[in-house]
Design a protein around this ligand. Structure first.
Ligand code: DQA
Length: 149
């Protein structure tokens, strides 16, 4: 069974309480529960994690690559806008990475307009709340058929 790793960065453990007018009222656990159901329907194994520490995300990207994961769904939170280490970690593995955001950073403050991850990601899905993750999972599933880049 193909594996999809879902990696979440800083402050995403606060979803549901954190700026609900921007990020909605669903908790990360609720989103992940829905993702598990969808993964099962798609015949995918899911490994979902969250950390507030950049190094954990770097280690988990390496691990996903070493495990031969089909894809990584990555919401790096604010690290998307600042972390060269995460960008380099993505470049160090052959697993495709799908960048996701609940909000649409392009429609927010200027400092959120740049993502260091987007140029090295397989694709980016942002602005759909929890649905961003579902759409990313469907995109990951399509990689089994060797989707074109
Ligand atoms: C976010 C967008 C980032 O700009 C922000 O720092 C986050 C959440 C999102 O999912 O919309 O922490 O990644």
């Amino acid at each position: 069974m193909s594996l999809v790793c879902v990696l979440n960065g800083p402050n995403l453990n606060r979803l549901g309480q954190r700026q609900p007018e921007i990020y909605g009222t669903e908790s990360l656990d609720q989103i992940i529960t829905q993702l598990h159901a969808r993964a099962e329907a798609l015949g995918l194994a899911l490994d979902a994690r969250q950390s507030n520490h950049e190094g954990h995300l770097v280690d988990w990207l390496h691990e996903a690559g070493d495990r031969g994961a089909l894809a990584v769904i990555l919401n790096a939170g604010a690290l998307a806008h600042s972390s060269i280490a995460l960008r380099d970690a993505i470049l160090s593995i052959s697993t495709p990475v799908i960048e996701v955001h609940l909000s649409n950073p392009a429609a927010r403050e200027g400092f959120r307009h740049q993502s260091h991850i987007a140029p090295v990601a397989w694709g980016v899905i942002q602005g759909f709340g929890g649905l961003s993750y579902m759409l990313a999972l469907d995109a990951a599933a399509s990689l089994r058929q060797g989707a074109a880049r």
